[in-house]
Design a binder for this molecule. Structure first.
Ligand SMILES: Cc1ncc(C[n+]2csc(CCOP(=O)(O)OP(=O)(O)O)c2C)c(N)n1
Length: 574
């Protein structure tokens, strides 16, 4: 019996197919041409040719966030691989499962400063969960399987696999062997919370008079929304989400008190500051939430549930640490509450909710209409109305990102896709393309600004090639709005390099890429033109919306203050 032999490039593609990969996002070059040839000769895996490798990483990332699957990137050695670095860091900061296959010069030439040689494993070391140098042809399938396993289990993250050219050559062949399951002695992430810690957590929760549930991206990543909603309803506790956790519970749920942190709601931050027990689930107390750690909730007992033990007590000391997958731990908490025949303390709850509702009244709308100028918040409200709250909203970075987070209540998880940790401008469009590829029949929006959109604008070309009719909602304030806001608030209004004195005609630009471009500059036509844009089905629409360029994002935490030390509006503190 003859065993079929494969070359390394074929093994790469066959391994991806065996792992049910549908799409690879990439860009060819000398060191990976054999892989491109292997892709050409099969139909299981489709390659999406981007226009810049950074966009390939964000597209894979958007695809991963929308679907929960691992995003896959392919890049050539040298500049192709280094162009991936920002996207790898973006995925790393938000714990997104991604595998980046990077070409490398032949093993005999590594270290010779060969053409297009870069040590991508070294370059990406601090921003990957793990990396592999493939040094044997036979190992390729299992290395790729392990990369997927590491990327998608425990706290997810990006894994780089470096593939030297000589591993891929057509003349070097071997049988294809891939183990059915991956087991690694050195890597065994915990899944269940320790029973003693669960008991302690439940004791702390049941003794609380002013409990708050604070959840992050971990809820979304572990698909724990339903269990979270059950827990919150059982406790009748107020719940706040981080920027990454939005959609973890429905934004319309009566117990949801809004996002917390730098641009969080007054009521969310006040609730945190006054809570006696904080139940943190899949959140990491990052500086955009805590503000000054020295002043962060000094009187609260903190229960911190996280899959990553190194995240616990990293910035804020946890009194009850629980290591485990957040969905499993929530189920354990519910079971323990039931076992103890938990009954809510109605009296304390009533006075706690009464207080929270008073905070809600401080700034319920959050902005003032102008009557003439289009307020960016109005655009997001219109977007919500037109899509009936049922869209994938993929954001770039800046004021528009915060307005979207504040004014589009997400009913479901995985619908809000943004670079929360690294804050990568240029993320929005390619991420939206990844989501659209996964969900072609859904509304997929890229909300962006005139600065961010220009950072990966070349992908408009990819959108045409693969028919990805996302709706681009560009809040054009003729400036780098978030920078301008900080300059207004902290630098005496000195707008150093925050105004772009030349901007393209975005309508013509969209048209030149083969899409529809629409400009909106009158408040009176905002709804009508936006409705028209969303009704155009099979074509990408670029909405260039001229918004009030003086608008600031509020509320905003006062720098170095406590979590609830906030600007409510220009010049007024809560
Ligand atoms: C790649 C990158 N460079 C710089 C920044 C710093 N930065 C944060 S927000 C911002 C302005 C964004 O402007 P725009 O996209 O027009 O959005 P707006 O704030 O006006 O809504 C800048 C420059 C960043 N986040 N990412």
């Amino acid at each position: 019996m003859s065993t079929q032999l494969y070359n390394g490039a074929e093994m790469v593609v066959k391994a991806l197919a065996a792992l049910d990969v549908k799409y690879i996002f990439g860009y060819p070059g000398g060191s990976v041409l054999d892989i491109y040839d292997a892709i050409f000769n099969q139909e299981d895996v489709e390659h999406i040719l981007v226009r810049h490798e950074q966009a390939a990483t964000h597209m894979a990332d958007g695809y991963a966030r929308a679907t929960g699957e691992v995003g896959v990137v392919l890049a050539t050695s040298g500049p192709g691989a280094t162009n991936c670095v920002t996207g790898i860091a973006t995925a790393y900061m938000d714990s997104i499962p991604m595998v980046v296959l990077a070409g490398q010069v032949a093993t005999s030439m590594i270290g010779d400063d060969a053409f297009q040689e870069t040590d991508i494993v070294g370059c990406s070391r601090p921003i990957v969960k793990h990396s592999y140098n493939c040094r044997s042809l036979e190992d390729i399938p299992n290395v790729i399987a392990k990369a997927f396993y590491i990327a998608s289990t425990g706290r997810p993250g990006p894994v780089v696999v470096e593939l030297p050219k000589d591993m891929l050559l057509p003349q070097n062949t071997a049988p294809f062997t891939m183990d059915k399951s991956v087991s690694m002695r050195s890597y065994n992430p915990t899944s269940k919370g320790h029973p003693k810690q669960i008991k302690k957590a439940v004791k702390t929760i049941t003794s609380a008079k002013r409990l708050v549930v604070y959840t992050g991206g971990g809820i979304v990543l572990s698909d724990a929304s339903e269990l979270l909603t059950q827990l919150v309803e059982k406790l009748n506790a107020p719940i706040t989400n981080t920027l990454m956790g939005l959609g973890g519970i429905s934004g319309e749920h009566p117990n949801f008190i809004g996002m917390l942190g730098m641009h969080g709601s007054i009521e969310a931050n006040k609730t945190m500051a006054n809570a006696d027990v904080i139940l943190a689930l899949g959140a990491r107390f990052d500086d955009r939430v805590t503000n000054n750690v020295q002043k962060f909730c000094p009187n609260a007992t903190i229960i911190h549930v996280d899959i990553d033990p190194t995240s616990i007590s990293k910035t804020i000391n946890a009194h009850v640490p629980v290591v485990g997958l957040v969905d499993i731990v929530i189920k354990q908490l519910i079971d323990e509450l039931d076992a103890n025949d938990y009954q809510p303390d109605e009296e304390s709850l009533a006075s706690w909710w009464q207080q929270i509702n008073q905070w809600r009244e401080i700034n319920p709308k959050g902005y003032q209409e102008d009557g003439e100028k289009i307020k960016p918040q109005q655009v997001v409200e219109a977007m919500y109305e037109i899509t009936e709250g049922d869209a994938y909203v993929c954001s770039d970075v800046g004021q528009h990102q915060m307005f979207a987070a504040q004014y589009y209540p997400f009913a479901k998880p995985r619908r809000w896709i943004n670079s929360g940790g690294l804050g990568t401008m240029g993320f929005g469009l390619p991420a939206a393309m990844g989501a659209k590829l996964a969900f072609p029949d859904s509304h997929v929006i890229c909300i962006t600004g005139d600065g961010s959109i220009q950072m990966n604008i070349q992908e408009l070309s990819t959108c045409l090639q693969y028919n990805l009719p996302v709706v681009i909602v560009s809040l054009n304030n003729r400036s780098l709005g978030m920078v301008r806001q900080w300059q207004d608030m902290i630098y005496g209004g000195r707008h150093s390099s925050s105004y772009m004195e030349s901007l393209p005609d975005f309508v013509k630009l969209a048209e030149s890429y083969g899409h529809v471009g629409i400009q909106i500059n009158q408040l009176s036509e905002l709804k009508e033109k936006m409705t028209e844009a969303f009704s155009i089905k099979n074509r990408l629409v670029f909405l260039d919306i001229l918004v009030d360029e003086t608008e600031h994002v509020y509320p905003m935490q006062v720098r170095h203050g406590a979590v609830d030390d906030m600007w409510v509006r220009k010049g007024e503190r809560a």
